[in-house]
Design a protein around this ligand. Structure first.
Ligand code: B1M
Length: 213
């Protein structure tokens, strides 16, 4: 679809005003929000990732594309989270210590909110004790962790261990995700769940907490 292609292309070159405008047009044209997200914004970010990997793009190119992605996500957010606002459960979410990537984490937070979860977003570079404190303060059912770097993913193990060594043991489930994370890794560090993307994160969270789909 031409409009979706245009959103993707504008994101790849980091043209945030154009991404914003075209995303708004797509919503007004009743293009399904999931299609705008997956075929436009996420697919554009995949192209950016490949260009960086191949050396065609440098960090400034990636940063302006990430800014365009965020602005596009802001436009679709109300549509993505509309519907049942009744909190089914409380989750705290964050990108682990040392890691500043937040696009995927923000996406997961939006999808969880859209499914009725109350999510307390702790942002990026979140240390284990901050996850624990927030989970305790908010009486959370679930801790959602994201990591994009192989050098930070072990921070998830610290959080899982901190939960098991605290009064939260048995009360709070832990879930992990992010580009370098696998189901095998989740099992190795003792996390309760893993999901490869936002939609499956919602399904996994519901199944961990025994919430009917
Ligand atoms: Co970064 N970076 N980066 N970066 N960056 C990667 C991750 C990298 C793979 C690129 C590459 O080299 N090919 C590489 C990591 C290599 C490695 O660890 N082996 C890398 C590097 C090296 C770095 C720096 C170290 C670069 C430098 O400074 N020399 C630096 C680190 C900074 C830091 O964190 N301390 C850095 C910086 C940056 C930018 C600031 C420029 C920017 C981040 C902007 C931002 O987030 N606000 C950036 C970006 C954009 C990327 C890539 C290109 C794209 C990431 C992204 O947003 N993807 C990335 C390449 C890649 O991933 N292939 C890369 C789109 C997003 C929708 O996907 O985040 O995977 P993702 O989320 C998905 C799933 O993973 C999942 O659902 C989401 C939706 O489907 N998911 C979960 C995520 N969290 C989940 C949690 C769940 C469940 C599912 O449950 C709790």
């Amino acid at each position: 679809m031409a409009l979706i292609d245009d959103i993707r292309n504008a994101l790849v070159v980091g043209n945030a005003p154009k991404v914003t405008e075209l995303t708004r047009q797509a919503l007004e044209g009743n293009i399904p929000v999931i299609e705008i997200l997956n075929s436009g914004l996420v697919s554009g970010m995949d192209i950016v990732a490949n260009k960086w990997k191949s050396g065609e793009y440098y960090i400034p190119n990636v940063l302006i594309a990430a800014r365009a992605m965020k602005q596009g996500m802001e436009i679709i957010k109300p549509k993505l989270i509309e519907g049942d606002y009744k909190a089914k459960a409380v989750a705290v979410a964050g990108t682990v210590k040392g890691d500043l990537h937040d696009i995927g984490k923000n996406l997961v937070v939006m999808m969880m909110e859209g499914a009725g979860f109350e999510v307390v977003d702790l942002g990026t570079d979140v240390a284990a004790d901050k996850f624990i404190q927030a989970a305790r303060d908010k009486k959370a059912d679930l801790i959602l962790m994201s990591a994009l770097l192989t050098t930070t993913m072990m921070g998830m193990k610290d959080v899982v261990a901190a939960v098991k060594n605290s009064d939260l043991k048995g009360k709070v489930k832990t879930m992990v995700g992010g580009a370098p994370i696998t189901d095998k890794f989740a099992q190795e560090i003792g996390a309760d769940g893993y999901a490869p993307d936002g939609s499956s994160a919602v399904e996994k969270a519901k199944s961990l907490l025994g919430i009917a789909a």
